[in-house]
Design a protein around this ligand. Structure first.
Ligand SMILES: Cc1ncc(C[n+]2csc(CCOP(=O)(O)OP(=O)(O)O)c2C)c(N)n1
Ligand SMILES: [Mg+2]
Length: 306
């Protein structure tokens, strides 16, 4: 969570300095979901994401230098600089893809789950999507097939209450995304998405079940995006959180104080770990900056024309 936070805070600065091309959507405030879900997965488990993918990619184990280089459009990036923020892929660590097509990853995760089943492997596929994506038709179609074929796939909805600039109440009268799967009677739960331990426990149960052939599940994590929809969004459509409220909700501060209270680590170790996260990000930026942009030859080598 520290690494994701440090990475994205740095990314916001780089965006303002015009060192990062294209739109970027940050997950600052929602790190607990990525960490508590991906922290329980193996490299052979597959993850899909959407347009807010950085936390998922980092939590799934992608190297920070290559991830940063991809965001900066450099040839050393995860996708040789040809993808950028919304197309981060790292198959070595089971990060099979992000997409700017809202809801577009849902059926892809079903495909990976089906592939694992056909190969006789116990791998599980996980797809992260937003409350807005849950409003697309492909959501219901995907749940239907996942249940019908009892696929090892877990749908993780990060419900931050907004789709771009529109609150959920303007899209639907159904408050909880977890209620949307009621007709299929699969395990579905809503948890506090800023409580890493609660997510860990709930997701862990769903993961064990899916790995053992129990089929799909849906986890809804209620969270909050601290930044605008995209970096540069004037964010005038919602009230800003007070700093006290943010302190109360901040998933990192919450887990850290729980960990300190239980003696998992001391203040000094916490400070060292958070400083280490910041210096790892500094190194990633330095590495990305020395990586050249993709050549026209590279770009044309990956274009297919019939
Ligand atoms: C198919 C499709 N329709 C519309 C858009 C425009 N769009 C980009 S982000 C977004 C909102 C997504 O909301 P949500 O799924 O809740 O994710 P969040 O941004 O809140 O993380 C929309 C509608 C898109 N990218 N793709
Ligand atoms: Mg949303």
């Amino acid at each position: 969570m520290w690494r994701i936070r440090a990475f994205e805070e740095r990314l916001a600065q780089l965006k303002r300095a015009d060192e990062v091309p294209g739109l970027i959507h940050l997950s600052i405030g929602g790190e607990a979901v990525a960490a508590a879900v991906c922290g329980q997965l193996r490299d052979t488990d597959v993850v899909y994401s959407g347009h807010r993918p950085h936390g998922h990619v980092i939590a799934k184990g992608a190297a920070l230098p290559e991830t940063m280089a991809e965001l900066m459009g450099r040839a050393g990036g995860l996708c040789q600089g040809l993808g950028g923020s919304m197309h981060l892929v790292d198959t070595e660590h089971g990060m099979f893809g992000a997409t700017g097509v809202v809801g577009g990853s849902l059926p892809l995760a079903l495909g990976s789950a089906l592939a694992a089943r056909m190969r006789g492997e116990d791998a599980v596929a996980v797809v992260f999507f937003g409350d807005g994506a849950a409003q697309s038709g492909i959501f219901a179609e995907s749940v239907n097939i996942a249940v019908l074929w009892r696929l090892p796939v877990i749908l993780v909805c990060e419900n931050n209450g907004f789709a771009e600039f529109t609150p959920r109440s303007a899209h639907t009268t159904v408050e909880r995304v977890s209620d949307l799967v009621a007709p299929w009677a699969i395990p579905a739960a809503t948890v506090d998405g800023n409580d890493a331990e609660a997510i860990w426990a709930q997701f862990g149960e769903m993961l064990r079940r899916a790995r053992d052939g129990g089929g799909p599940a849906l986890l809804e994590a209620l969270t909050h995006r601290l930044r605008g929809h995209y970096e540069g969004d004037p964010d005038r459509y919602r009230e800003a959180l007070s700093s006290e409220e943010w302190q109360r909700r901040d998933p990192i501060a919450r887990l850290q104080s729980a960990a300190l209270a239980r003696g998992w680590f001391g203040e000094d170790e916490a400070k060292t770990a958070s400083d280490d996260a910041a210096s790892t990000v500094d190194e990633a930026v330095a590495w990305a900056r020395q990586s050249p942009p993709p050549t026209p030859e590279l770009a044309s080598s990956v274009v297919y024309a019939a």
